[in-house]
Design a binder for this molecule. Structure first.
Ligand code: PLP
Length: 363
């Protein structure tokens, strides 16, 4: 087998055990005589997969019966649109934090809906263009009293800046956790809704996993097309139409893997993986971290080298040594090592060695 260390930001590395088990079950799922991809989403075999995936995720996040977990196609980007469509009504205001590219994209979609509806988007804090990259400081937020909701992006995947504290916003809080869900200790009950594109810490691409309080979903606009209303997914348990069954199956397997690893153990490993790389970055002037230290992400470690030529050489040599996808996002350049839950410590150790050696040869 020749698996590389895959530092991709998403779709990203999945636990090897999950892939191997899926391979085993691919053509004949537990004696059903067919694969999960081929079975009816209304049958009892699929139903068990669906229910267990939801139950395991809820257990891991500490969510009670007042929460619903929905599988919605269109990725996290669809959520940027669905949130204001459902919850931003005429004459209302919604608070948004622009903390980077993704927070900014969420704002753009909300502003479109606001124009259509005669509503308003308030930018509660803006550090999208700041270099070094960061998340807002606690005293920068300007929340609106009586806002319909407030939206934050907890980990900016491109800039590598992560919110360490969940702000108290005074209105229903919605969190984009696409790149940090179940990666560190969080109080998920502080939210009215949180969501993640599945392709980083949860499973394959093709859907967002959306956790939403049932009473919050019930407040959504009832005139929207059925598939754009959260209540449809809540009321029908994401089975109003054909859901992305294969993605949900793998998501459930990844959740079982997280549970078997012990989430506290995983959280500790995540912090340690990132710490090892930041330590090399800080040890000399050759590498330069791109995020303000107190907001450094444990999931997406970003840094620069003295020149773009050296960065290109770094990426190329690393790939040749079995470490792939270290190139920073095309919009910002530099280097990015994405270290999601399934990324192994040995891959980090290999990168640390490589970084030290590369600096010796080129510093
Ligand atoms: C924080 C964050 N939000 C949203 C998105 C968009 O996700 P999708 O590609 O699933 O629409 C991404 C993608 O990388 C992301 O990192």
């Amino acid at each position: 087998m020749s698996r590389v260390y895959n530092f991709s930001a998403g779709p990203a590395v999945l636990p090897l055990e999950v892939l191997q088990n899926a391979q085993k079950e691919l053509v004949d799922y537990k004696g059903c005589g067919m694969s999960v991809m081929e079975m009816s989403h209304r049958g009892k075999d699929y139903d068990a997969i669906h229910q267990e995936a939801i139950a395991t995720f809820k257990e891991l996040c500490g969510l009670g019966d007042d929460w619903s977990v929905c599988f919605i196609q269109g990725g996290a980007s669809m959520q940027f649109a669905m949130i204001p469509m459902n919850f931003l009504g005429k004459g209302q205001k919604a608070d948004y934090v622009k903390s980077g590219t993704w927070g900014g994209k969420a704002v753009k979609e909300a502003q479109k809906v606001a124009v259509l509806r005669g509503a308003e988007v308030n930018i509660a804090a803006d550090c999208q263009k700041d270099i070094p990259t960061r998340q807002p400081n606690a005293d920068e937020y300007k929340w609106t009293e009586g806002a319909a909701y407030s939206h934050i992006c907890l980990n900016e995947t491109i800039s590598g800046a992560e919110m360490k504290e969940i702000p108290e916003t005074g209105s229903p809080l919605i969190g984009d956790m696409s790149s940090d869900i179940l990666s560190c200790e969080r109080d998920y009950n502080k939210f009215s809704m949180f969501y993640a594109g599945a392709q980083k810490n949860l499973g394959p691409s093709g859907m967002a996993v959306v956790a939403i309080r049932k009473d919050f979903a019930a407040k959504g606009n009832e005139l929207l097309p059925t598939m754009l209303q959260y209540r449809t997914y809540v009321d029908e348990n994401s089975l109003y139409n054909t859901p992305p069954t294969w993605g949900i199956y793998i998501f459930g397997e990844v959740m079982k893997w997280v549970k078997s690893m012990g989430k506290e153990n995983l959280f500790k490993l995540n912090a340690e993986k990132a710490r090892k790389i930041y330590e090399v970055i800080d040890s000399t002037g050759f590498y330069r971290g791109t995020a303000v230290k107190e907001f450094r992400s444990n999931m997406n470690v970003t840094w620069r080298l003295p020149t773009e030529e050296l960065e290109a050489q770094f990426v190329k040599e690393a790939a040749a040594a079995g470490m792939k996808s270290l190139k920073g996002h095309r919009s910002v350049g530099g280097i990015r090592a994405s270290l999601y839950n399934a990324f192994p410590m040995e891959g980090v150790d290999r990168l640390v060695e490589f970084m030290k050696d590369f600096e010796k040869r080129n510093g």
